[in-house]
Design a protein around this ligand. Structure first.
Ligand code: NAD
Length: 535
């Protein structure tokens, strides 16, 4: 499909939704989606669908959010294609049964096993800012896990929602995978159906609606929610590195990234140098400014443009860099604001746009206290400073993920599990985590008939059987009443004969090193006591 053929946005008729959902459920219950071969074929077809529609997706991302071509390939199209390649290469391995760890011999006779079973029929609800990745990413995981899926893309990126619908309908099995387009009424109709899991990406407000609705039917949810992510720059940081990397975090997608730093706390000593480097770097990145550049996205729509403009109008901070806006293009320039206190709206509300508030702090302790006060469970955290300082920050402020010495690099590793904690969400996905997100780990045992006499001790009448069953099942603790570890014979044996290693592998490795050193030493001495093949 050429870019010119992107259909105008059309919401799916609400009265068609129950039948669509039923079709997907029936397909799942008919066991259609479970075989490895089916999952692989669907994923491979989706790969080629994304590839064939790459030009259309680039154009739709441009129409929806002014996304630069570079960003559309890196963070949307190739992102999803690479995810499919990774998942299809590993799927057979992930699907294999797992044996229970550390089993007693008698238990091993029952073959305790974890089977990886698909959860069922999944509802995926996406956010607008990465209009391809955030919709298809979870779908890839759900197909890999053997589920059927109904996807509801964000209507705020309408052109891409239409292209995605076309890809899914043309390339995937229509009995198992469907796209419903629309806004609140269509999503509400979908939420009125019973699902085996709901995977939602978006704001915490709507996330609360989703979680409440899901709770009515005890439906499990993954919630990928928003930011309020703090960045820390200590006096020992490199101001140029911090400026380049944090600007990248604010410039990509014009700051409409859930992981983007919401506010930057800078130790007073280094603030002037950091501001200077921000100015220099911006000039390097955009010699002719951002407005005329092909490499800077636009705000998604007028509502969000007005929301961000209002934040700038109401801040008590001082604009140090930028500030230009053009509503006719939904353009907002990267704007650096120095705010005076932690209650400024640019600090406590999610910006989700190209504004970078700077807050001068006396020391790291104040910065840590502020971060924990503003939002105790942000999605991301970014710390620049010495190793001891960044470790302290990592230890004392929690977050869904963290990048040390960078802005959200952790979030751009496609095989690293990605998700929030507390108010920034629950559950994770990407790579193997996507498979796990839609998989039920089902514990199964099989008790052989011939074991009956061995296990008959468990049956009533219990009289006289307690000592025997306790002898069989009771574990000896390796700790005392003060909570201290008791080092048993096994420990001392491995300590002495394993050269202090705490595992067999470690002991073997140490003995190999000792042997190599001894042989090397003897060789150096020209020692003839070595066997001829070692001389
Ligand atoms: P949003 O919450 O407005 O919309 C997300 C989805 O929910 C859309 O598909 C929308 O149609 C649906 N929706 C909206 N209102 C609804 C309602 N009342 N009932 C049912 N469904 C409804 O979010 P957005 O504006 O698209 O995205 C921005 C937010 O998403 C930010 O807070 C951002 O931090 C967050 N986000 C998080 C991640 C992540 O991975 N953690 C990624 C991107 C965006």
């Amino acid at each position: 499909m050429g870019p010119s053929k992107i259909s105008p946005f059309e919401a799916t008729p609400i009265d068609s939704i129950p039948a669509t959902v039923n079709l997907c459920k029936t397909s799942f219950h008919a066991q259609t989606t479970k075989p490895l071969s089916y999952r692989l074929t669907q994923l491979r077809k989706l790969y080629w669908g994304i590839d064939d529609y790459a030009d259309a997706l680039v154009e739709s991302c441009k129409q929806d959010i002014g996304k630069p071509v570079f960003e559309s390939f890196i963070s949307e199209i190739d992102w999803c294609k690479n995810d499919i390649v990774f998942v299809t290469k590993n799927l057979e391995k992930w699907m294999k049964d797992e044996a229970a760890p550390d089993m007693a011999f008698t238990n091993s006779l029952l073959k305790p096993t974890i089977r990886k079973e698909p959860l069922g029929t999944i509802l995926v609800i996406g956010a607008y800012n990465f209009p391809v990745q955030l919709q298809l990413g979870p779908v890839i995981g759900a197909i890999a896990a053997g589920c059927s899926v109904v996807l509801k893309p964000s209507e705020v990126s309408p052109a891409t929602a239409m292209v995605i619908k076309k890809i899914v309908e043309e390339y995937l099995d229509p009995n198992s995978f469907a796209v419903v387009n629309g806004g609140v009424p269509e999503t509400t109709a979908l939420l009125n159906e019973k699902w085996d899991k709901i995977f939602y990406t978006g704001s915490a407000q709507v996330g609360t609606i989703i979680a409440k609705k899901a709770a009515e039917t005890l439906t499990p949810v993954t919630l990928e929610l928003g930011g309020l992510n703090p960045a820390f720059i200590t006096k020992n940081a490199d101001p140029r590195l911090a400026a380049r990397r944090l600007l990248w975090g604010k410039l990509l997608n014009a700051g409409q990234v859930c992981m983007s730093e919401n506010y930057v706390m800078v130790e007073k000593e280094i603030l002037p140098a950091f501001i200077e480097q921000l100015k220099i770097t911006l000039k390097e990145f955009f010699p002719n400014g951002q407005k005329s550049s092909e490499d800077f996205a636009r705000i998604v729509n007028k509502r969000h443009f007005q929301r961000i403009k209002k934040m700038l109008d109401e801040t008590s901070g001082e604009i140090l860099i930028g500030g230009e806006m053009d509503e006719s293009q939904n353009f907002i320039e990267l704007t650096v604001v120095q705010v005076q206190d932690e209650n400024d709206s640019t600090v406590v509300d999610e910006i989700f746009g190209p504004i970078m508030p700077l807050l001068a702090v006396d020391n790291i302790e104040t910065a840590i206290r502020t971060a924990n006060k503003v939002h105790s469970t942000p999605l991301g955290l970014y710390a620049f400073g010495s190793k001891a300082e960044t470790n302290k920050i990592l230890n004392e402020v929690t977050s869904g993920g963290a990048s040390i010495n960078d802005a959200y690099y952790h979030g751009s590793i496609p095989t690293l599990a990605f998700g929030g904690v507390g108010n920034s969400g629950q559950g994770a996905y990407r790579g193997k985590a996507s498979f796990d997100s839609f998989t039920h780990r089902r514990s199964v045992t099989t008790t052989p008939g011939w074991m009956e006499s061995m296990i008959s001790v468990r049956y009533p009448p219990y009289a006289g059987k307690l000592p025997q069953i306790r002898r069989l099942t009771q574990q000896k603790p390796n700790f005392d009443r003060q909570g201290k570890e008791i080092k048993g014979v096994g420990y001392w044996f491995s300590f002495v004969f394993g050269l202090g290693a705490n595992s067999l592998k470690g002991a073997i490795a140490r003995w190999v090193v000792v042997a190599l050193v001894a042989v090397g030493f003897k060789k150096a001495q020209g020692n003839s006591s070595l066997p001829p093949w070692l001389r």
